[in-house]
Design a protein around this ligand. Structure first.
Ligand code: SF4
Length: 209
């Protein structure tokens, strides 16, 4: 997927799907109020993706980041979660530096499929087998969150856990449509190998975005 940086004015414009104030449902920051900024475009192609509507960036014409910032700062959010789609497709330095100027922490959810730009308070790396992370993103990650659809995905989880820093927190998260089938094996695995934590998509249980 080619990103036309001129059209995006080096990150002053970004293809926005939606932005909203909610509660982070997953991983280490589960339960934390945060302003979500969802960018369009993803070339990873996970079969079970619950955000397939975001894949084609042409569906989401670029909008001025300043407009997003103005909305974000109208809420009392202490953190913004940049998600997608795959946000690492885009230049994110401007978005991050302006969020930080407003005193809003910068969190990202990324597969690491592209080189990451921006200044981050929290990087959640969720690696996908079909397009593995690039560069040194494993070493930068604060949190590794591996989506588990079937037990053999635990091999992929361990392969990625071997690449992250010692401080990086490790999460196994059941793929939503397989939740009932996979949650017990994951609980058992985490009890056996307690470096792992379980992440569930709590926002889906709370019925919020
Ligand atoms: S990387 Fe994320 S947005 Fe892209 S296909 Fe996979 S789950 Fe969907």
């Amino acid at each position: 997927m080619n990103v036309n940086l001129e059209i995006l004015e080096n990150g002053k414009l970004l293809p926005l799907v939606e932005d909203f104030y909610t509660i982070q449902g997953e991983g280490f920051h589960m339960g934390k109020p945060a302003y979500f900024i969802r960018l369009g475009g993803c070339d990873v192609g996970c079969e079970w993706c619950d955000a397939k509507f975001t894949w084609n960036p042409k569906t989401f014409p670029p909008v001025f980041v300043d407009e997003i910032l103005s909305r974000a700062s109208s809420f009392p959010a202490q953190a913004a979660v940049i998600t997608g789609g795959e946000p690492s497709l885009y230049p994110l330095d401007y978005l991050c530096s302006e969020l930080k100027k407003k005193g809003i922490e910068t969190f990202i959810e990324t597969s690491g499929a592209h080189t990451l730009s921006g200044i981050w308070d929290w990087i959640c790396l969720s690696p996908k087998k079909q397009q593995a992370p690039v560069g040194n993103i494993h070493q930068l990650a604060n949190e590794l969150k591996v989506i588990i659809e079937q037990e053999k995905d635990l091999i992929w989880a361990e392969e990625n856990a071997a690449k992250v820093s010692q401080e990086c927190l490790l999460y196994l998260q059941p793929e939503w449509s397989k939740y009932k089938k996979i949650i017990q094996p994951l609980v058992g695995y985490a009890k056996q190998y307690p470096k792992w934590n379980i992440s569930i998509q709590a926002h889906k249980f709370m019925n919020i975005p």
